[in-house]
Ligand binder design. Sequence first.
Ligand SMILES: NC(=O)c1ccc[n+]([C@@H]2O[C@H](COP(=O)([O-])OP(=O)(O)OC[C@H]3O[C@@H](n4cnc5c(N)ncnc54)[C@H](O)[C@@H]3O)[C@@H](O)[C@H]2O)c1
Length: 431
Amino acid sequence: MTPLERIRNKQARIGVIGLGYVGLPLAVEFARAGFDVTGFDVDVAKAAQINAGKSYIPDVAESDLSAMVNARRLRATTDMTELGAMDAIDICVPTPLRKTKDPDLSYVVLAVEAVAATLRKGQLIVLESTTYPGTTDEVVQPMLEAKGLKADVDFLLAFSPERVDPGNQQFTTKNIPKIVGGIGEASTQAAAALYATTVERVVQVSSTRVAEMVKLLENTFRAVNIGLVNEIALMCHKMDIGVWEVIDAAKTKPFGFMPFYPGPGLGGHCIPIDPFYLSWKARQNGFECRFIELAGHINASMPHFVVEKVGDALNTVRKAVNGARVHVFGVAYKRDVNDMRESPALDVLELLGKRGAVLSYSDPFVPQLRLDDHVLTSVEVSDVLRHLPDCSVICTDHSVFDYGAIVRSGGLIVDTRNALKQYASPTIFRL
Ligand SMILES: NC(=O)c1ccc[n+]([C@@H]2O[C@H](COP(=O)([O-])OP(=O)(O)OC[C@H]3O[C@@H](n4cnc5c(N)ncnc54)[C@H](O)[C@@H]3O)[C@@H](O)[C@H]2O)c1
């Protein structure tokens, strides 16, 4: 049976390396489609939780996961030597930045080394981690070919970017179109056939580099537009114009405008990071990405602006930030998720702490938070309202917060997300 036939009749054994926000939903989706799926992770606790039918990713319902585990269609292991038994392998490991803002491909390299150690003829390898154009053919392909097997001939190799949006109820792994680009035609066909078994629409492109660039265009588009709207917010502040009203009115234009919203800064594992993968690679080719760098500066300045707003709010009651009790509502990087990676709330807290504020926070998704050398514990909103802080900051607009009660408490509030849109009060300070 050819690799393509094994995929089409669901006989292929699928391995997913990296069982995080991207890998676990994907593994469950393949299992649901009827494949025999093995998840690989270096984290022993994650593998144990999956094998016990327990989900640690909010977008993966425990009932779905345990049903797949009980039906023996999904299991997890830390034993990478089992990769040799897989017919198709999806790599979904982290691609962070180093402190210097250069790409850190160490997780990808480790995962590919594990794949290379047991690589055999007929295997399909797909990289899903977001990365710069050229990673698949310049880094992954030579590592896999080192022992003599040839890509697109002996084994198949493709890149397919992950577009999942954690917390999004409308668009999930299944109904977000999947981009696929292979090292050659055979690789593209095999990878497209694999995703066609689980995803509603597969879009084939001509190369791995195009597929890698698609993802970076999408995320750069977001980072730059958020940077633009953040700059407009700073500008509106100087001109005493309400930026939220401007955006709401502008978005009534039925063509040629797409609303983006200001906020306390960028967060998550994608938008603050991915554009720098592109600018790094562009620099290697003698090209300077000015939009990316500029948007990065503006977005990084937003936590400072939030702290300035806190100072303005406290000033109205003749108080200084130094010594004030400042409470932050929502610390996850976006609404209704538990992901803290790159969360701008951390910057806001740190900057306030440096100015001498006494800090506390509430986030039902984040029970505890490490800040420098001490740990904060999330406070119940009812307790916050009983012992009002000097000023509150809404950093993340989780839908569970009772905003009416927060406003009625009468305390000063800096609202960075327009969560209090329908309330009018001199105690509210909007971005
Ligand atoms: N989170 C998102 O919303 C999102 C969306 C689109 C794309 N992406 C991209 O997908 C990739 C994965 O992101 P994520 O959010 O799922 O990360 P994550 O940190 O949630 O999960 C990664 C997993 O990989 C494991 N891992 C690390 N090194 C490993 C190795 N050598 N072998 C096996 N397992 C290993 C980690 O233990 C972890 O469980 C990144 O490139 C990211 O940019 C993420």
